[in-house]
Design a protein around this ligand. Structure first.
Ligand code: CU
Length: 337
C-alpha cells in the first residue's frame, strides 16, 4: 500500500515536471538561433516549408553530470520513470530497515549486555511474517512492472503512421511508406557544423527523422548489414534493428521537440558515430515537411495539395566501406581521441 502511494505520487510529480519543462521548451527557442539552423539546413537539403527546430538545452539529450534518466516525452516513458522512482524508494526503505535491524541486534545482543545467548531456533509467527511480507512486496512491484511491459507492446492501431528506421554501417535511413515511400539518409554532423547549428556534438545529424506528435506511429526497425539498435532514451524507445527482420513497436510522442539518441548495438568501427535525431512536429508541420521532401499525404490530391516539385534529390549515403555507395571521410578528425 505504501508502495502504491509512493509510486502514484512520484508518477504525478514526474508528469508535472515533464509538462512544466516542455512548455518552457516551446517558448525557449531562440529565434536568432532557429533562423541560423534554418539557413544551415536549407543549404543541405534545399527544402522549403520546413524550418528545423532548435533543440532545448537539457531536453531530449544527456546532461553534464546527470544522475537521473532523461526526462521523458512519451506516456510509456513517464510511466516507466514513475516505476523507476518508486523502486528506488522500495529499495531505500528495505535497505534502511535491514541496516536498522542489524545495528539494533549488534547493540542489544552484544556480549556484555547479553552474556547468556538464547537457544531459540524456531518462531512460527516471525517465519510466516518474513515469508509473506516480501512476497507481498514482490507482488506489489510485479503489477506496475508487468503493466509497463504490456504498455510497451500495445497493439498498434491500423491507422498508425508507419515509419521504418534502417540501420546501415554507419548511418540511419528513415523510410515513410505511408507518405510516398521516400527515404531520408541521416549522417552525423561534424563537431564544427553541430556547433554552428547550436546542436550537441556527436548527436546532431544532417537530415532528421521527423515524426508527427500525439498520434500513434508504427516505428519499424531493420538493418541492411549487421545488427544495429534504434534507441532514443527520452522517448523510452529502444528496438534492435536486425537484418532480414522487421521489428515494430508503437511510439507516441507527447510534445513537439528535438530528441537525440544513438545506435545501441555494437555494430562496427563507427558504431559511436551513427546518432539519431528525432524531431516531433504537430501534424500540419509534419505534412509540410513530408511535401518538402517530395512525399505525399493521404487524401492530399483531392484537397489539391501537391508535393514540392523542387524537392532536393536524396543525399548520397556516406560509408567508409570502400566501394560502398557514397563512401566518404570520417566525420571526425580522430575518433579515438
Ligand atoms: Cu549501429
Amino acid at each position: 500500500m505504501a508502495f502504491a502511494l509512493i509510486f502514484g505520487s512520484q508518477a504525478a510529480l514526474a508528469q508535472d515536471a515533464a509538462e512544466a519543462t516542455s512548455t518552457e521548451q516551446l517558448e525557449s527557442v531562440d529565434p536568432a538561433q532557429a533562423a541560423d539552423v534554418a539557413d544551415a539546413d536549407a543549404v543541405v537539403d534545399g527544402s522549403s516549408g520546413y524550418t528545423p527546430m532548435a533543440p532545448t538545452e537539457g531536453i531530449g539529450m544527456p546532461v553534464d553530470r546527470g544522475l537521473d534518466i532523461q526526462q521523458q516525452f512519451s506516456e510509456t516513458g513517464e510511466y516507466a520513470y514513475g516505476l523507476h522512482i518508486g523502486l528506488i524508494w522500495v529499495m531505500a526503505i528495505i535497505s534502511l530497515f535491514v541496516l536498522g535491524l542489524m545495528l539494533y541486534t549488534m547493540f542489544r545482543f552484544r556480549r556484555s549486555a547479553n552474556p547468556v545467548p538464547s537457544k531459540t531456533s524456531h518462531n512460527t509467527t516471525i517465519e510466516v511474517i518474513w515469508t509473506v511480507v516480501p512476497a507481498l512486496i514482490l507482488l506489489g512491484i510485479a503489477i506496475p512492472s508487468i503493466t509497463l511491459l504490456a504498455k510497451q507492446y500495445e497493439p498498434i492501431p491500423k491507422d498508425a503512421i508507419t515509419i521504418k528506421a534502417t540501420g546501415y554501417q554507419w548511418y540511419w535511413g528513415y523510410t515513410y511508406p505511408d507518405n510516398g515511400d521516400f527515404e531520408i539518409i541521416s549522417n552525423m554532423l561534424d563537431d564544427k557544423e553541430a556547433d554552428a547549428r547550436g546542436e550537441p556534438r556527436q548527436l546532431a545529424v544532417d537530415n532528421r527523422m521527423v515524426v508527427p506528435v500525439g498520434v500513434p506511429i508504427r516505428l519499424q526497425t531493420t538493418a541492411a548489414d549487421v545488427i544495429h539498435s534504434f534507441a532514443v532514451p527520452s522517448l523510452w524507445f529502444k528496438h534492435d534493428a536486425v537484418p532480414g527482420r522487421l521489428n515494430e513497436k508503437i511510439l507516441i510522442v507527447d510534445k513537439p521537440g528535438v530528441y537525440y539518441g544513438q545506435c545501441s548495438e555494437l555494430c562496427g568501427a563507427r558504431h559511436a558515430y551513427m546518432p539519431i535525431t528525432v524531431e516531433a512536429l504537430p501534424m500540419d508541420k509534419y505534412n509540410a515537411w513530408v511535401l518538402a521532401q517530395g512525399g505525399s499525404i493521404a487524401g492530399a490530391s483531392e484537397a489539391g495539395i501537391e508535393a514540392n516539385p523542387e524537392a532536393a534529390p536524396m543525399q548520397e549515403p556516406e560509408s567508409t566501406v570502400e566501394g560502398a555507395a557514397g563512401a566518404g571521410e570520417f566525420p571526425v578528425e580522430n575518433p579515438t581521441t
